[in-house]
Every structure is written in C-alpha cells, then in structure tokens.
Design a protein around this ligand. Sequence first.
Ligand code: SF4
Ligand code: SF4
Ligand code: FES
Length: 956
Amino acid sequence: MVNIEIDGKIYSVPEGDNLLQACLSLGLDLPYFCWHPAMGSVGACRQCALIQYEDNPNPEVGDSHEQRGRIVMGCMTPISEGMRISVNDPRAEGFRGQVIEYLMTNHPHDCPVCEEGGECHLQDMTLMSSHTERRYQGKKRTHRNQYLGPFINHEMNRCIACYRCQRYYQDYAGGHDLQAMAAHNHVYFGRHEDGVLESEFSGNLVEVCPTGVFTDKTLSEHYSRKWDLQAAPSVCVHCALGCNTSPGERYGELRRIVNRYHGQVNGYFLCDRGRFGYDFVNGQDRLNHALKIQPSEQGERLETEHLHTELSRNETRDQLSVLIAADKRLLGIGSPRATLEANFALRELVGAANFYTGMSVQEADLHQLALNILLKAPVRIPTLKEVEQADAVLVLGEDVLNTSPRLALSLRQTAANIGKTIAEKLRVPLWQDAAIREARQDQKTPVYLATLSSTGIDDIAAETFKGTPEAIARLGAAIAHAIDPAAPAVDGLDENTAALIQRIVDTLKAASKPLVISGTGCFSPAVMQAAANIAQALANCASDEQGGRNECTDLYLCVPESNSMGMAMLHEETAQGGSLQAALQRVESGDVDTVVVLENDLYRRAARNEIERLFNSQAQLIVVDHHLHELAAQADLILPAGTFAETEGTVVSSEGRAQRHFAVHISKDDIRASWEWLSDMIALRKGSGQPAWQHVDEVTQDCAKTVVALQDIVDAAPGDDFRISGQKINRQPHRYSGRTAMNADVNVCEPKQPEDADSALAFTMEGYAVAKPGARPAAVTPSYWSPGWNSNQSVGKFQQEMNGPLEGGDPGVRLIEPAAEPVREWFKLPDKPPPASDGQWLLLPQQLIFASEELSAKSPPVMARSPVSCVLLHPDDAASLSVDNGDGVVIGCADRTVHLEVKIDLHSPAGSVAVPVGLLQTAGLVYLQRVQVKKDPDWQRRSESGVFATDQGERS
Ligand code: SF4
Ligand code: SF4
Ligand code: FES
C-alpha cells in the first residue's frame, strides 16, 4: 500500500493500481468510459482527467506549489508514494466537461426513446461531468444500423467511440466479426455486413457499451425501463457453472437477464445461452394448473392425442390423496435440473430406498465418478477467476465452449495472461491493456486441447489433439505416466503422439499453477480417469518438491446441468438412489403403485422404448414440472411447478459452490414450488393436517441435517428471517413506477403487495434500499444502484476494491475442498475395445451451446441461433458412404434409427459419427456405442417435409 493525497486528504491505496482505479475503489466519483474493470486501460476517451500536482514543491519560490500541476488521465497514471492529485480541481472538471461536450456533439439526444435510458453510463457520466447544455448547433453525424441477429439491436448513432465493444469482442472474447471501421468522426463499430454476431458471448456487448448502441433485442420485444423491473438475486440454470444473474420482471413476465457480478465465478460476463435462454419461463407450454389425463375412448394412453382436464385445488388434493395414499408403494425420480430442496423433498416423500436420480445409467455413473475424483483425489476445484490465473492448461475431452460456455471465456483470459508475466518483466503496469497486448503479440500461455473434434477455442491452443475418447484417454494416461512413472503406462503410441505428450509434460511440470480440465461432456469415464491421473501425477511431483507436503492440483470437471453436482452429492448419500434404468426396472417389476417424476422429461434421458416401460406396468404417474413436455403429457396427474423465476432453491455448481436463487415474482394461478407440492404430498400421505415444511428454509435445513455432504448449504445465503434495521430487502427499485396504475384496468385501488414468507426479500419497493456498501449481503442483493450510478458500473461501489470481491464476500459456499488425506490410487486404462467390425461406427456426442440444453432451447431467440442438426463425418467416411454435405444418413442403434443431415468435418475421428446431444431425435442415445450408418436415400423428401421416420413411426 502507498499513501497518496487526493483533494487534501491522505488515502492508503494499493501499489500498482492506476489513479482512476484507486479513486473508484475509494468510492470517489471520477467519470470514465474506455476503462473497464475487467479489460484495463487504453486512455482513449480522455474522460478520467484529474490534476496531478508537482512533486518536490519549493514553497519559497513564492508561487504556491499547491497550484502547479498538470492534467493527467487517471486510468493511465500509475500511483506512486506521496503523489498529490485532485479530482475536484476546476481545471480537471473543466477539461472533463469539454470532453463530454465534444463526445455529445454527435450523440442523439434520444434518451426518452433509448432503451439504455435510466441505466446508461453515458447519462451518468454526462451529469457527473456537469454537461447540461448543448452549445453545438451543427449537424450530427449519422450512421446506418445493422441487423446483428436475434440477440442484439444496433443503433450506431449513439456511439461515442470509446472502443470498449471492439476491445471486448475481439481482444477479450476472441470474436472476429465485429470491428472498428473507418476513422475520425466516422468510425463505425459493427460487422462488415449485416449478419448474426458469431460470438457465443455477444450479449455482453449490451453491458459493455456505455451507451445505447448495443441493446438487448429480447428485452425490446417486451420493453420495460430498468427502474420498472422487479429483480432478484438468481443463478443461471442453463449449465452447471453457476453464473450469477439478475432477472428482471414486469407484469408477471420475465423480460430480461443481466449479469450479477460474482468476483470468483462469472465476473462481469455471461454467455448468450444464459443471458437469452430465459424465455422458456414465459413459454406457451407453461403449466398453470394441475391437469388430469383423459385417456382415449379405447383407454389407451400411448400414441394417442391426450386430452387433459384442468383440476381445481380441491380436485387436485382428492386426486393426490388417492395416488399417494399411505398404502401405495411410491417411487420417486428426481432431476439434476431441480433444486436440492425439491429433490430432497421427493426423497423424503418416497423414502431414500425408492429415490432415483433421474439420470441415465451412463450419466449417473459419470457424475458419481466426477464427484469421487473431486472428493478423494489430491485435487482442488479452481474458481473461474483462478482458472484465469493458471500458467498451463490441459483440457481433456471436454468441448467447454459448448458444455460450460463461461469457462471457455475464462480460458481465453488464461491464454492471454502470459502478457502479464511479460509486462511484469518489462515493468509495465498490469492494467496497461494496449501495452500488454503489444508486448505479448501472438504469445500465449500454453493451453492444450484434446477434444473429439474442432472447437470454438482452438485458436487459443498451443496445440490441439483430435481423437476418439479412447485415444484421448490414452493420451491422458500416457501424460500421467510421463509425469509420474508410478502411473499406469500406455504402449503403442505413435511417434507424433509421443512427442506431443513430451511437450505437454514439460509444460505442465514447469508450470507453477497447472490446471487440468475434463468432464462428462464426451461421455467417457476413461477420459475423466486419465485427467485424474494427470492431476495426481502433478500433485505427487509437487509434493516431492515440497519435501513430502500434501500438495494438490487444480482440476475442473465439467458437468452438464445446473444442479448436476448437487444431485451427485445427494445421490452419494442415498445408497439406494440409482439410475433411471434401475427405476424403470423397479416399476416394471410391479412393486410400485405410483411414480412421482420431478422436473424431468425422461424422454430426453433414455430411449423411447425404455421410457415406455413406465406404462407397461399398472403404476400411476405423477409429474411435477413447469412445462407440458412429452412425459408430462402422458402422466395421470400433472402438477404445475415454478421455475427459477418463481421459486427459491439451492443448486450446486461444478465448482462445488452451493448458491441460492430467489423468486423474481410470485407464481401465477396454481403454480407452486416443487418442494411445496411434495411437502403437501408428505402431509397427505401421513394424514397430517400440516404440510411437512412451511418455508423453503426448513427444507434446506432438513436437507443439510440429513445429508452430511450438504451440511453447509444453509450458509449459501441468509435465511428468511434476515433483516437490516428491521427491514426486508426490496426487489423493486425505489424508482419503480406505475405501481398504483399497473392494475388500474382491474381495480383502481392499489392492491396489497404480495408477501414473501420464504426469503429476506420483499416483492415491493419498500425495504432496505440504502445504497450502503456492505449493508446487504451479496447473496440477497437483487441489483446494484448508487446515487449518480444508474448503470451496471454501480457494482464498483459494492466491491471491496474495483474488480475484487463484493463487500461481505462473494455469494455461495464451497462444499468440496481438497481431501485432508487424499486417496492416491491410479485409475487403470480400460481394456482396448475389440476393433469395429465392418459397417460399425462409433457414436460420439456433439455438444451444442444453443441446442443441447433443454430449457434454453425452448426460448425462441436461442432457437433462432440453434444450428441445423447435423451428423459430423470425417471426409474419408463420407466418401465411403457416398454422401456429401447436405445429404442424409440413417443411424441405426439396437432399437432405433435416427436420420440426420451430413456435415463433413476434417477433424472428426475417422470411423465415428458425432451426433448432437439433447435434440428430440437424438435424446436418450447411448454414446460411445457402435452403430450402423448408411446413406438415407429418402433424405431429400424428409428434409423438404420436415418429417423424419423412426422405429416408432414418423415424427416432425
Ligand atoms: S458502440 Fe458503444 S462500446 Fe462501442 S465504441 Fe461506441 S459507445 Fe463505445
Ligand atoms: S456459462 Fe452456464 S451458467 Fe454461465 S451464463 Fe452461460 S449457461 Fe449460464
Ligand atoms: S477512462 Fe481514462 S481515458 Fe478513458
């Protein structure tokens, strides 16, 4: 720390910061545009001017040293001991006023119709710089706007040429199709021609741009001002990374998702799946009332159009009383996309011995393996921020961009962090963005990618390896053996692979913070085991170097769904809890009367004919879910559940971090949280007049008490009794407007605001609204605002230091830390599978960011970004099948056929077919099995009609 004087006051600030960063960390107001806490300084906008007084003043000279100084840019000036500066000096204020006046000459004064209005950094900075009157009378420069796809609107006239968008899109996110073009007053930020922005992180432009050039197109569809949006602290449900979000609601409709800063997880950025995948909450297929199935006249339940009867609350209760009566034998099928509370409540209803995870055998085994490695091996799960600090990375088998997107953005920063090492040597400050990039040129921190095919982050890789899961597992096992000869050896490696292994080994061994990444995405236990061997080998080496101290290696294992890790932890303690197939077997054996399925469309998890076994028995089916999916449509009773937007609950991320999401608005109609339905069912079954739990916190506490591995989940967020100065925390901003008029078409009397008994938050603008850092724990802070700071930049007022942890600590609690006594056992490579016989192909998974995840894939803007579903084929294989791009193939497994278009991919392993994960036609496929593939002679007709034949008949 060093001492500096700002406007006559002495402050202690971190050495190495720049003046702007230091002033902001101290809570002072200094305007800025081009500086971004995650991207550093380039000194482009000249807005952060302040006065730096002369050093070594000589008061005897007569002219006061206090007056002598020069204008410097705060973001470009390093701090030094004893420096004296002024933010409020009239010369600095005047300079800043001139800069903003110049920037505003071309800016349209269209705030009343600009979607950024009210949360605009330019508005805030204009006022902060005291520019209130327009003097320039000339014509404004105008631009043509571009179509940029389903996510982003473009309004270039509002640009102030701060270059943040280009720096974010190209330098930070690695995009190639958005540039700064032309020069001077005509500089243009956009694509060379209209078209969909290619980056999977394009949505962050909305928050990076300090004005209204890039705005959220999905919000435009049902626009509302920021101050009219009710918000809640939430966690993204579209993958397992646990990015923090702030969803906004108005009139009972979810209108947008924005980033909620988390210092260790998502920082300032989300992926487009997480930002734009929310519309499933407003979807047409939402269930609002309990429904009872009406079988066809022939009494058939399958392969017929079902009719459903809407049930009143009493009728629902009557139905439930019959289906789950005390003498009924129940079986519960949970879900990795449901909260811990919902899964635990189901387990309590049916009993641990009758609770199943709802994952297929393949999924369940992979999840248990991942958890066992993380719990027992000498490894530690890094946070995403720590991922960005690694100095050598090996990714084994996981296509992270498509399975855990935000992790791919972090890896991009890892690859670039070599610039910081170079900068340190050159004594260049770490925030000097342009200088560091210049010094770095094309050098990268080594990231090695071993994947099934080409991926969207291959450009950051030092080297890539493409192969089947078996080849990747062999590569990994050989790396482990080369690091620690005690690890099982691998023979038969070719010369090139052996040389590559040596380069990877040398790099990992030389690194001080090596990182290994793998996961369930390529469906191979052997790949994860090889990753565990490498991590253990590195840990052993480090332990030897440290004289036998117990060292561990950073290992990140990706899992697919928002609560996959939580489900694995719950399952581990549920000795009987098993796979979906085990559940189906139980049902078929006839010792089950009623099956309760929680938030899980089982048709996505296993082959159709397997799921239909559910209906071969006499068992009745209750489905608790928020959508009328295929399984729900066949249930005897469907109970409408709340989504993340209407309920509270805890999920555990792939980092092992338990986090709580809170309802953004109250549920409509008969929608209730899944745990509430299950709580009532427990009461009905017991014949008790009282539900098992009244509040979600009680379920959380019972879960924590019952499941040892989850005992800390109660610390994920403050409970429902948390108050500040006796008050709850308001979800609606204090400027929320129209509350008295919103329902005027129904009743001119303002209704009582709904109460929330389940959390410390209130569905109202009344509450603890004082913008005082540290007052509201981050886990229950819906959004950030501070006087004069209406944009997302206000979060800086709530960080311990700029870009650092939030006041009071970042949300969530880590449940998995390195084992005190790690198990140092090696995984052995499985025996080589027999060579494929003629006509047999290896079925590989193809993960797709905009199609493979169930909920986001229901959102129209994400659907619009979903690629045509294709099977990837190596060119030689395509030739042997006599197919070309655009032709079709028929893939035949044991019990079904799948028809898909061909896409030739040079990097696909020969002898394999890579099929998209999570599509209707491919749901339930067992990957890594051998399948038959042949040309589809009827493809032309199928693709024109959109009808695809399967063993179960024709489906659209
Ligand atoms: S479009 Fe926005 S972010 Fe890009 S240069 Fe213009 S004002 Fe800055
Ligand atoms: S990376 Fe995952 S958790 Fe983060 S925003 Fe994207 S989908 Fe959501
Ligand atoms: S923020 Fe300092 S010059 Fe732009």
